[in-house]
Structures are given as C-alpha cells and as structure tokens.
Design a protein around this ligand. Structure first.
Ligand code: MGD
Ligand code: MGD
Ligand code: SF4
Ligand code: MO
Length: 902
C-alpha cells in the first residue's frame, strides 16, 4: 500500500491542507486536521479534486508532449528551439523585446526561477502576472499604509472578532473554508456580520446587515465612516499620536468627500431611511454599520475583488486601512484589515517579486540599492533599475511589436484579461508565443508557436503561501502524464540552453527554496518584513518534512515561524516606523452607463468553477451546480429589455458581445447585471466576457476594472434549441449558442440557433462510424427532432431539438453512455425524449458533497415536512458536508414554505 501524502489544495488562497490517501483504484482527498488553515475542513472544489485528476486521465485533456509549430517533439528539441528563438529575438531586437506573463498558480519555486531568468539573465523588466488582475491594488494599498506588502492578521482573527465586515468579497463561494470557520464562530458567540456588495450574494446568508452599495462607491462609504468616527470621538487618538501619520489630512479629505451620513448614503446609492428593523435599533442601515464599527473593538474587514478590481482600487484599499488605523485596529487578536487572496500562491508570487513593479524578496526595482543587492546575489550582469510593463500595457506592447516574444505560464490571458479581442489580436501578431500549460486546449494555447507540457497539481513539488502568510508544501502523489515536467525544470533547462548554466543548476525545488530564503535575509536591515532566513540552508530532507509555518521566519525566530500577527505593537515597516493614513477621494468608475449602454455589468465567480474552467470544467459534480453561464438580471430590467427567465440574452458592450442564459432575480439591483467570469471558447460559443470588458485600469496599480462594464441587453430569440450529448468535444463552430458541460457519462451541450441547420450533422462523428447507426424521430410540424447514434447497441451520441429548450433528464441520458447495451425501453425513451420512469427533469445540483439535487430537496419539503436546513441535512445529508450550499437550501425553503404571517 502506498503512503498517504500531505499536500495543499491548488485552488483558492485559503490554502487548505489535504491528505491524499491511496484507494484501490486511485486516491481519495480529505481535509488535513493538522493544517492550521482548515483544521480538516474542505469545500466542494477541494472535495472534487480527485474527480478532476481522474477526468484528465480518462479524456486526454492533458498536454503531454511538447509541440513546436504544430509538430510534436521531444524535450531536447523543444528546449533548444525555445532557447534559440529567445536568443535570436534578443540578438535582433534587444533584451527588452522579451516578456514573461506568469501566474499566482505557479509554485514559489517556479515563480522564483521565472523572475530570476527574465530580470536577472535575459535582462528584461517585463514580467507580470495574473496577480495584476487580482491583488495589485492591495499591494499598492499595503505599501502606502504599512511600508510593505503585508497582511497583518491571521484566520483565527475571523473567529475571535465580534464584527466581521465582508466588502467586495463573496466569501461563501470564493473562500468557503474561511466562511465555514466564520459561520461556526458566529454560531458560538454571535459574531455580527456585515456584507458590502452591490448584489445579494450567498455570503449574505449569515449576514446581519447587507449594504447594497452603488458599484464603485466604496471610497465614499469608508470616507463617510472615517469622518463620522472622527466627529463622534470614536477614533483612538493615543494610538494615532504614537503610530500613525496623515490622520488630519485623511480626515479633512474624508469630511470634504462625505461630511455626514446623508451625503455618504447618497454617494453610495443607499437609502438612509431604510431602517435595519430586524435589529430593533430604529437606526438606518448605514448608521447601524457605523455604530457597530465604533462599538466593536474586535473588528475584521475582509476585502477582495469588489475592492481591488476597480479604477479606484488602490484608494478603496487605503480608505479601508484608514478606518483601521484611526481606531488602532491593526494586527491585534480579532482585529485588522484582511485582504483574502485569490489564488493558491498569490502571496508567494508577491514574495518572489513576480509583478512588473516588484523586484525579489520584497525589494524595489526603482531603488538602486535594492537592484545592486539582487544583482550581486544573483551574480547577474544585466539587472537594471526600473519597472516593466503591467499586464494590460504588456499586451499593448505585444500588439505594437515592441515585445516580440512572450512566454505565458499558468494563466489564460486570452480569457481573463479585459478586451480579449485585442489581446488575441496581439497574440496573433506576436512572432513568438510560448505557452506552458497542463491542459491541451485553452484559448491562449490556440495562439502558441511553442507548447510546453507542465506537470500539474497532483505531480508538482514545491511551496505556496496562503492569505495568512502561511507557507505550506505541495507534494506530488502521482507521476506526470506523458512528458509533462515541472515549470521550474522547464525554465531552468531553457535558461541553461541559453547559456546561463551556473545560475540555474537546480536539482530539486528545495535548492530553489533555499536560495529564495537566503535572498530574503540577504542584507536585510529589518525593513524587509519578508524574511524566511530560517530556511536558507534547507536540504531536500528538511524541505520534504516541512510543516506549515507563517512568515516572518528569520534565522532568529522559533521553528514554527515568527508571528501570527504583524504590526500589533504599532511599529510599521516604514522608515519612521509609523503607518500612513492617506487622503483619498471618491471617484466614479471610468466607464459610465449611457443611452447606448444603459446597464452596469459586474462579474465574478461561481461556487464550483475555477477561473477559465480548465480543471473544474471536467468534473461532472462541479459542472452540475451551474452548467451554463447565467446573466443575472433584476425583474424590472428583464421586462424593460424583453428578457425571459431561462431565455437567452445578447449582452453588448463597446468592445464585444456575449450570449448567456437569463436568470431573473431580485438579488440584483435594477440597472445592474452579473455575469460569471469562467466561460471561454473551449466551453462555449459566446460565453466569454473578457471581450466585453474595457481595458480601464487603476492608475497606480494597473489593475483592470473588471467589475464595471456598461452594457446593453437584447433578447436572442432562437428558432430552435437543443441538447447534444457526446463523449468527446464536438466542433460546433458556426452555431451562435452552445455551452459545454460535463455530465456523469458524457459531455452535455446546450445548443441554440437562429438559422436552419442539418441537425443530424451536429451529431459527433465516431472513428468506427461504419458500425454505427442512427435512430431518429422527426416531427417537422412541431420542430421536434430526436436522434441517437448507436454502435453495437452502445450509445455514442444523442441530440434533442425543439422550438423550446427540450425538457429531459440530462443526467439520465448522460448516464446511458456508460452502459454496455441500451435496453429497448431506453431506446424508445430516447426517441420519445422522456425518461422511462418518472424522475426529475433537468434537475439542478445543490449539494455537491452528497450529490443532492433540487428535486430531492423539494420532495423532502413537500412530502417529509422538512422546514429547516437542519431537517434537510438529517433527511438527505445535503448541507452537512462543506456547507457551501446552505444559503441555497435556505433560499429553497424560503421559496416553498408558506410564510408564518401569510
Ligand atoms: N469558486 C471559486 N473560488 C475562487 C475562485 C474561483 O474562480 N472560483 N477564484 C479565486 C480568486 S483568484 C480570487 S481573486 C477570489 C475572488 O474572490 P471574491 O472577490 O470574493 O469574488 P468575486 O466573485 O470576483 O467578487 C466578489 C464580489 O465583489 C462584488 N462587487 C462588485 N463590484 C463591487 C464594488 O464596487 N464594491 C464592492 N464592495 N463589491 C463589489 C461582486 O458583486 C462580488 O460578489 O476567489 C478565489 N476563489
Ligand atoms: N471579468 C473578469 N475577469 C477576471 C476576473 C473577474 O473577476 N472578472 N478575475 C481576475 C482574477 S482575480 C484572476 S486571478 C484571473 C484568473 O485568470 P487565469 O489565470 O487566466 O485563469 P486560469 O483558468 O486559472 O488559468 C490558469 C491556466 O494555467 C494552467 N495551469 C494550471 N496549473 C498549472 C501549472 O502548474 N503550470 C502551468 N504552466 N500551467 C498550469 C491552467 O490549465 C490554465 O490554463 O482572472 C481575472 N479576470
Ligand atoms: S477553501 Fe479553497 S483551498 Fe480550501 S478546499 Fe476549498 S478551494 Fe481548496
Ligand atoms: Mo484572483
């Protein structure tokens, strides 16, 4: 029997520890009870990790061989060719004609090598990362206030706090294990929770107060709070006098911006008179929030993309930090501002200096002393002071031909950057596009001249840093498929082939980690908070035995790391040791609604999908929660723009269009819609929303304003709609609407068209077609067509077409692909477009831990007298696993149960 492996989840920045146990036919993943981030907990995505690993194996989703100009090659050729083309580009166009675009999903060791290679040896400052789209505004905010990019608190603070404010964070879906910890703490000691978000999200389920502020108005809200705290004598003047600069100035600006509650409410689009009745105080919601902030010493403000992804993102961050500094609440047990990071190694990337405006180990590329220090440490002769291009500008420079070679690793910019039509144009013009990825097809890979197969999560060895500065090991439990190799290895080989032999002689990730640790303490005068010098001599054995620890972990600290919290003593990492409050002013988002584009589109995440779906999109149980991207729209807007619930909408912005299924919901405010960020050209015809986004950025952080796009909506009225089932991806180019989901036994495509099509031609073609035959049913009058392709009585394709969306059990049909022989009644049922026995039509999965759908929950309510989420849990187990579905279960109960008052 193989041994258990302790590793870390590759999804969100909570950084949960996992135990992978071998089973007879694979592995099982569970939460690691000893890991301080999750203490054994896990969420729906973590629980489905093994499903995704198995799906990759079953379906050839992985990139397993290097490719150069479309031809499969061995590593020798791939490395020589990559090195040669990079060298040629440098020789002809100079060092700065090369750029790297990397990712917060690389491990620290990969990231360190990428940064060292491009800055220190290729000699180009142009490396940026998808963290630009994610955490760049927080980095600016932290540096301006604290002097360093430091998250002062730890997860325990959310449990100790009396007040937790979630602003621009849908914690329930995006950091589910932290949300579980918060929920449990609230049950124990009644933590007050405030959600600040333009829409009503799943996180509101445990909130006492929801402030649906106008998109982009956070600075006004926190300026209003600061002015009010000052005016009502609720600031900590002693703390300010000792530890803070800029108080007067920040308050003066806040007062000028939002002098009173009425003005603040107006700027934030809130109704001052709306009383928070359920709280019984008689106060308005905004005033209640202000009062709570003043009252509760132990207050944590959690913030994420609703704050960062904004043209005023940096100022939004500082407006939050201002309120914490003014009340002396930074780095104390249960109190502090808390940036929850998105990607598993967003923090590690910042530590190695992977952003264009960072150096390495928290050093500054604009400080000649830092540059000299790193140059000496790396023994580089071409590291120059100065910043590189930030992501949006980098792709502009690719478009203009200033950058002529780009190496993209661990990110999918053709989907995730704004204005992706233009990003794709840039990539199509670029003479050398190198892409390292784990899967074989992504929108970005379609532009690659050189494709390099990277080892994935299950196969990689290294470290990641989570949101609370905790460094954990990721450990492999299986061999990479085919020729796939770890990213650090690929880059080191290319570096050596380019002639930089001595600097990249790494044998193991532990060599790289030790070097990174040594650099972190190299000539560190204490101003660089990031110091993990304790690990400067790490050997493979100690590295392999590493248990999770928080930085700082200098050579003088205790073995389990330095501090749970930083800055609790009021001493900051600025030159005078004082934190800075900043005078910030509310500004409106760059793109505004107009007559042509009257609504504001917001975007974000679904509970069970990860980014561009390359991994989560292959697991049936993750697909089932939201098989299609949904445009969420308020009922008033739906009727204004002629949209039907479950119909299809065309969404148009100044930059592009998308098509999405409509979800009419009053979780949205009128005038605003919400779209998921996940879909792309591999999973849909027109579901990618990057095309709609303007490339507007925060002037300081360069972070795109991905949450604010003026759009217009029109109904898309298809002549026909259908469901197509196939084992393998089908080429549906030409259809205006298709979305691919993963079913239990096949892929499931929702399709729709506005022109006549030879339907039978949409059926998947099989290599053994000669053996196959198609059975069909056509009622042309009613526009109904049904086809099933059978090969030796096995189902290999099925297609159902109607004028409306065919209503039939998706899972039932998909499961038939896994059966050896189709029974006569199943055959008839396929042609009738109905399941043989009564069952749920297009059931929607609610609980992915225990695979419980809407139908079962509805039945438990109507037939088994379930009236609470606890009853549902007792009867069906739903909601008793990770708990991420509890908000939805409660919503269903609310919808179905007669109100007591009625
Ligand atoms: N399931 C899942 N989890 C994930 C990810 C994933 O892809 N899937 N990705 C990970 C990554 S990389 C990240 S960065 C995090 C992101 O985690 P979050 O930031 O929590 O997620 P988002 O859904 O992008 O956005 C959060 C909220 O910001 C709100 N918002 C929009 N505009 C404003 C505004 O002007 N002000 C305020 N206050 N709020 C606003 C949106 O309505 C949305 O509900 O999630 C991580 N976790
Ligand atoms: N509209 C809108 N756009 C957004 C956002 C939003 O909220 N709204 N959020 C933004 C944010 S916060 C983020 S973080 C980005 C995320 O956007 P991306 O980073 O572009 O999305 P991913 O799908 O995570 O892309 C990761 C890629 O790396 C590959 N990969 C996985 N593991 C490895 C590995 O070990 N090595 C290598 N070489 N490749 C690997 C995956 O297969 C995938 O192709 O999207 C941003 N874009
Ligand atoms: S909370 Fe985040 S890190 Fe933890 S299991 Fe879920 S996705 Fe993985
Ligand atoms: Mo992110």
């Amino acid at each position: 029997m193989r041994d258990e492996v302790k590793t870390t989840c590759p999804y969100c920045g909570v950084g949960c520890g996992l135990i992978i146990s071998p089973t007879r036919d694979g592995w099982a993943a569970g939460g690691d009870p000893d890991h301080p981030a999750n203490l054994g907990r896990i969420c729906s995505k973590g629980a489905a990790l093994i499903d995704t690993v198995m799906a990759e194996q079953a379906h050839d989703f992985r990139l397993t061989e290097p490719e150069v100009d479309g031809a499969k090659v061995g590593w020798d050729t791939a490395i020589d060719e990559t090195a040669r083309r990079l060298r040629d580009t440098i020789a002809q166009h100079g060092r700065k004609s090369v750029a790297f675009y990397v990712s917060g999903q690389l491990l620290t060791e990969d990231y360190y090598v990428a940064n060292k290679l491009i800055k220190g040896f290729i000699g180009s400052p142009h490396i940026d990362t998808n963290s630009r789209l994610c955490m760049a505004s927080t980095v600016v905010g932290h540096k301006r206030a604290f002097g360093a990019d430091v998250v002062p608190g730890c997860y325990e603070d959310l449990e100790i706090a009396d007040l937790v404010i979630l602003t621009g964070s849908n914690l329930a879906w995006c950091h589910p294990v932290l949300n579980q910890r918060l929920r449990a703490a609230r049950e124990k000691h009644g933590t007050k929770i405030v959600v600040i978000d333009p829409r009503k999200t799943a996180s509101c389920d445990i909130a006492d107060l929801h402030l649906p502020i106008k998109p982009g108005s956070d600075v006004a809200l926190f300026n209003g709070l600061l002015a009010w705290l000052d005016q009502t004598g609720n600031t900590d003047l002693r703390y300010i006098a000792r530890h803070v600069t800029g108080y007067e100035h920040a308050v003066a600006e806040a007062r000028a911006d939002c002098p009173d509650i009425e003005t603040t409410a107006k700027k934030c689009g809130l109704d001052t008179h709306e009383v928070a009745d359920e709280l019984g105080s008689g106060l308005g919601k905004l005033e209640t929030f202000f009062n709570w902030f003043a009252t509760f010493e132990r207050t944590v403000t959690v913030f994420s993309q609703g704050v960062n992804q904004s043209s005023s993102g940096s100022d939004k961050v500082n407006s939050i930090l201002n309120c914490h500094l003014a009340t002396g609440r930074v780095g104390k047990p249960g109190s502090g501002p808390f940036s929850v990071t998105g990607q598993p190694n967003a923090m590690g990337g910042r530590e190695v200096g992977g952003l264009a405006n960072q150096l390495a180990a928290h050093m500054d590329p604009n400080n000649p002393l830092d540059v000299d220090r790193v140059r000496r440490f790396w023994r580089s002769d071409c590291l120059e002071p100065g910043e590189g291009y930030k992501a949006v500008d980098m792709f502009r420079a690719i478009e203009t031909g200033e950058i002529r070679a780009v190496w993209i690793m661990g990110t999918n910019p053709a989907v995730s950057l704004p204005d992706t039509n233009r990003v794709r144009l840039a990539l199509s013009r670029c003479p050398l596009v190198i892409v390292s990825d784990v899967v074989s097809d992504t929108d970005t890979l379609r532009h690659a001249h050189i494709k390099l197969p990277a080892a994935g999560w299950a196969e990689k060895s290294g470290t990641v840093t989570n949101s609370e500065r905790r460094i954990s090991r990721q450990r492999p439990f299986r061999k990479p498929p085919g020729l796939a190799k770890p990213d650090w290895w690929i880059m080191s080989e290319v570096a050596k082939a380019m002639g930089y032999v001595r600097a990249f002689k790494y044998r193991d990730p532990s060599d790289i980690f030790a070097e990174h640790a040594a650099l972190s303490e190299f000539e560190n005068d204490g101003l660089r908070a990031f110091d993990i010098g304790m690990w400067r001599k790490a050997k493979k054995s100690s590295y392999d035995a590493m248990t999770p620890f928080q930085w700082p972990a200098s050579r003088h600290d205790q073995p389990d790391g330095g501090a749970k919290r930083l800055y609790g003593n009021g001493i900051f990492t600025t030159s005078n040791g004082r934190a800075r409050m900043l005078a910030v002013q509310h500004t409106t988002p760059l793109a505004q609604a107009s007559t042509d584009f009257p609504l504001i589109a917001n975007s974000g995440r679904y509970r069970d999908q990860w980014h561009t779906m390359t991994r989560t999109g292959t697991a049936a149980r993750l697909s089932a929660h939201r098989p299609e991207p949904l445009l969420e729209v308020h009922p008033a807007d739906a009727s204004l723009y002629g949209l039907k619930h479950d119909g299809i909408a065309r969404i148009t912005s100044q930059h592009g269009t998308a098509l999405m299924r409509v979800l009419v919901t009053d979780a949205q405010s009128p005038g605003q819609v919400f779209m998921p960020m996940h879909w792309n050209d591999v999973f849909s015809a027109n579901g990618g929303i990057g095309r709609l986004l303007p490339p507007n950025v925060d002037p300081l952080s360069g972070q795109p304003e991905s949450k604010h796009v003026p759009v217009a909506l029109t109904p898309f009225e298809p002549r026909w709609q259908g469901l197509l089932f196939s084992k393998k991806p089908v080429d549906l180019s030409g259809l205006p609407y298709w979305v691919r989901a993963t079913g239990p036994g096949s892929m499931i495509y929702e399709i729709a068209g506005d022109k006549p099509v030879l339907f039978k031609s949409l059926l998947p073609v099989s290599p053994h077609d000669d053996h196959g035959h198609i059975i069909e049913y056509n009622d042309t009058q009613k526009g109904i067509h049904r086809f099933a392709r059978l090969e030796d009585n096995r189902l290999t394709g099925a297609l159902f077409i109607g004028r409306d969306r065919p209503a039939l059990g998706r899972d039932w049909v998909s499961n038939l692909f896994a059966t050896d022989a189709i029974a006569p009644d199943e055959r008839n049922a396929l042609l009738a477009g109905r399941m043989p026995a009564a069952g749920a039509l297009n059931d929607r999965l609610i609980c992915s831990c225990f695979s419980v759908g809407l139908a079962a929950i509805t039945q438990a309510i109507s037939q088994q007298n379930a009236v609470t989420a606890t009853d549902i849990g007792r009867l069906l187990q739903a909601g008793t696993g990770c708990g991420s579905c509890l908000p939805e279960i409660k919503e269903i109960l609310d919808d179905l149960l007669p109100r007591a008052a009625e």
